[in-house]
Design a protein around this ligand. Structure first.
Ligand code: BTN
Length: 325
C-alpha cells in the first residue's frame, strides 16, 4: 500500500475538481513541508499524471495516466466505503486469495484488492479464470455486512446489477445477466462473479466478492477453448475501454446498492436485476449437484433464489446451479 500522504494528496486533487491548489494549501491539508509536497508531485508525474504548475497559483492535474494506477483509481472516486483502502498489485496468484488473507487479518469494510495480472485466477467450481496482464479487471472486495450467512448469495446478484450498470455508463452497451453470476454480451461471457464467505454459523465475518471483467482483450488473447464462450468489452464495442473508469463506476454503483440492500433488503433491487436477466421466461436447464432440472425460468424470489417450473408443472427453487439456456 502507498503512503497515507500520497493518498491524501490525490484526495485533495479529487476535491479540487481540476482547479489549482497552491503549494501552501497542500502543505496545510497534508501537514507536511512544501518540499515534501514537491517530492510527492514528482512521484505522481512518474506514475503518468500530467500536472501543471503555475507560480502564485499552484498545481492542478491536467491528464491522468494511460494505465490503471492506484492513484488514478482514487482520483474522482465518489465513494465513502468501497475502495477507501486499496491494495494494488502488479501481479498476484489470485486477488481472491489475497483478499481472504486480508479479511482474516481484520481489514476494513470495502477494502479493494486489484491486480494487473493473476497467475492463478479462479472461478466458480474451481475453474481457471484467465487473467492476462493489463487487459482486464481482476478484483476482490472485502465486505463486512452484519447479516446471517444465508444472505451471502444475494451479494452475487447485487454485484451483477452494479457491473451491468457500470458497463452501460462507460461503454454505452447493455449486457445480459445470466443467473446467478455471469454477464454476457451477444451470448458470450464478459464478467464472472465469485462470492465467497468467512462466517460462523450465525453471522458473516466477511464476504469476499471476486469480479473478473474481460475489458481490452483481443480475440487472440483468449485461449482457443474460450473463443466461442468468452468475449471482451473492446471486442464488442470496437473501442479500447478505460479500465479505471470502469472500476470507479463499479465501486460507486456497488456501494449505492450495498447501502440500499442493508437498509431495505433485496426486494427493491429485484426488479432492477430482472430488467437485465436473460433467462426469464425461457426454457433452461439448471445443472445442480443433485441433478438437472429442465423447465421454464419463472423469476427470482425476494431472497434471490431462482424459480423454475418443470414440464410437469412443479416449481423448483434453485440455490446454486450452472444454467444452460
Ligand atoms: C466465475 O464466473 O466463475 C467467477 C469468476 C471470478 C473471477 C475473479 S477475477 C478476480 C477474483 N480473483 C480470482 O481468482 N477470481 C475472481
Amino acid at each position: 500500500m502507498q503512503s497515507p500522504t500520497r493518498t491524501k494528496l490525490i484526495e485533495a486533487f479529487s476535491n479540487a475538481n481540476g482547479e489549482f491548489l497552491s503549494g501552501q494549501a497542500l502543505a496545510d491539508i497534508l501537514g507536511c513541508s512544501r518540499t515534501a509536497i514537491w517530492k510527492h508531485i514528482e512521484e505522481l508525474r512518474k506514475e503518468g499524471f500530467e500536472l501543471e504548475a503555475i507560480r502564485n497559483k499552484g498545481y492542478r492535474i491536467i491528464n491522468t495516466p494511460k494505465n490503471m494506477t492506484e492513484n488514478e483509481l482514487r482520483l474522482g472516486l465518489k465513494t465513502t466505503i468501497f475502495g477507501k483502502t486499496i491494495h494494488y498489485l502488479e501481479s498476484t496468484d489470485s486477488t481472491q486469495k489475497v483478499a481472504h488473507r486480508l479479511a482474516q487479518e481484520g481489514c476494513p469494510d470495502g477494502t479493494l484488492v486489484i491486480a494487473e495480472e493473476q497467475t492463478n485466477g479462479r472461478g466458480r467450481l474451481a475453474r481457471v479464470w484467465h487473467s492476462p496482464k493489463y487487459t482486464g479487471i481482476w478484483m476482490s472486495l472485502v465486505l463486512r455486512p452484519k447479516l446471517p450467512p444465508a444472505k451471502a448469495p444475494q451479494f452475487t446478484l447485487i454485484a451483477a446489477v452494479a457491473v451491468a450498470q457500470a458497463i452501460e455508463d462507460v461503454c454505452k452497451i447493455s449486457p445480459d445477466i445470466k443467473w446467478p453470476n455471469d454477464l454476457l454480451l451477444n451470448g458470450k461471457k464478459i464478467t464472472g462473479i465469485l462470492t465467497e464467505l468467512q462466517a460462523d454459523s450465525d453471522k458473516i465475518d466477511a464476504i469476499i466478492m471476486g469480479i473478473g471483467m474481460n475489458v481490452n482483450q483481443k480475440e487472440a488473447d483468449f485461449p482457443i477453448e474460450l473463443h466461442d464462450i468468452a468475449t471482451s468489452l473492446a471486442i464488442e464495442t470496437g473501442k479500447e475501454i478505460s479500465r479505471s473508469n470502469l472500476v470507479k463506476r463499479l465501486l460507486e454503483n456497488l456501494e449505492k446498492y450495498y447501502l440500499i440492500y442493508l437498509k431495505n433488503g433485496f426486494a427493491p433491487l429485484k426488479l432492477l436485476w430482472e430488467s437485465y436477466a436473460v433467462s426469464l421466461g425461457k426454457d433452461i436447464i439448471a445443472r445442480t449437484i443433485s441433478g438437472n432440472i429442465a423447465g421454464k425460468a419463472l423469476g427470482i424470489t425476494d431472497e434471490g433464489v431462482l424459480k423454475i417450473q418443470d414440464y410437469n408443472g412443479q416449481i423448483h427453487e434453485i440455490y446454486s446451479a450452472d444454467i444452460e439456456i
